[in-house]
Design a protein around this ligand. Structure first.
Ligand SMILES: Nc1nc(=O)c2c([nH]1)NC[C@@H]1CN(c3ccc(C(=O)N[C@@H](CCC(=O)O)C(=O)O)cc3)C=[N+]21
Ligand SMILES: [Mg+2]
Length: 289
């Protein structure tokens, strides 16, 4: 049976440390760290995330500045709100919740965020820094994956890593972070030929495709580390209730993998934690230069 990589427990541990740091810092400053989350319209993928973020901010002593705008809000209005948040001295981190409605140019908005407040690490400056191996704000989900690997002493150096998915939010920055840790990295995607066979060669397999239970036992090398980034809400056939499942068919992969992250309780809570971590980093940098 695979070792379970408990992202939830690690998230709690890091958040306790962050809470202590924030408490200490706030004594010497006139304000706590601030995080602004901008959401346009309603997307089911976003609901759990927003809820967990707000709870965590409250617990840690981070001020939340939420803006939930209707789905038909214009590009210009959203841009104006980003400009205001860039100027607002109480705000250290800004996150624009993805995906955005079709009429919105997401790239233009992400590019508009002050790179020093880019808690999601998606601005070209921060992504460019990642490519060049310079310090900067790092994308939360892949940073969360790296923290889990580190906590469990899973060393990427020299290993074959396959990242399934090539999004700006997860796949591309994930591949770069694994490369930075000296893994030999392959990015696979919907056009990749012989996908299962390729995945079966991975020592570290990261699934970030958004397809419930897609990765079965025949995709996984025995003993491999399997990181499930998928957060898919599905309707349970028997009970009719909705529940979260990953991209990995956990029940069939757990017996043969060496280590595996569950959903829920794996990378999701780590994503939230890295967002808070980035917000605190920006806060300190904005005070100390
Ligand atoms: N700009 C942007 N950055 C993101 O990082 C981003 C985004 N937009 N849009 C939506 C997705 C989704 N996402 C989640 C993160 C954590 C949980 C999470 O905490 N999940 C818990 C379970 C939550 C529950 O039980 O409902 C877990 O996996 O254990 C969920 C979803 C971040 N995203
Ligand atoms: Mg794709």
């Amino acid at each position: 049976m695979a070792q379970r990589l408990d992202g939830k427990a690690l998230a709690n541990k890091i958040q306790s440390q962050l809470a202590a740091d924030i408490n200490h810092d706030s004594e010497h400053r006139d304000r706590p760290p601030g995080l602004a989350v901008l959401m346009v319209g309603d997307h089911p993928a976003s609901a759990a995330y927003v809820r967990n973020k707000e709870r965590a901010c409250e617990r840690l002593g981070i001020a939340s500045f939420g803006s939930h705008l209707p789905a038909d809000t214009s590009q210009a209005t959203v841009a104006e709100i980003i400009d205001q948040l860039n100027q607002d001295d109480r705000v250290d981190g800004i996150l624009v919740q993805l995906p955005l409605p079709d009429h919105i140019d997401a790239v233009a908005l992400l590019n508009r965020i002050d790179p020093a407040k880019d808690a999601d690490g998606l601005h070209p400056e921060n992504m460019g820094r990642l490519i060049r191996g310079e310090s900067g704000l790092r994308s939360c989900t892949p940073a969360g994956v790296m923290a889990v690997l580190k906590e469990y002493n899973i060393e990427p150096a020299g290993k074959k890593a396959v990242v399934l998915g090539r999004s700006i939010l997860v796949g591309k920055p994930m591949a770069l972070m694994l490369l930075e840790a000296n893994a030999t990295v392959t990015i696979a995607h919907s056009r990749t030929q012989d996908l299962a066979e390729l995945c079966r060669q991975a020592d570290i397999l990261v699934a970030a495709v958004g397809r419930p239970n897609m990765i079965g036992a025949d995709w996984v090398k025995p003993g491999a580390t399997v990181i499930d980034v998928g957060i898919n809400r599905i309707q349970d056939a028997e009970s009719g209730k909705s529940r979260l499942v990953g991209d990995v068919d956990f029940a069939s992969v757990e017996p043969l993998a060496g280590a595996i992250t569950p959903v829920p309780g794996g990378i999701g809570p780590m994503t939230v934690t890295m967002l808070l971590h980035n917000t605190v980093l920006s806060y300190r940098k904005r005070f100390n230069g």
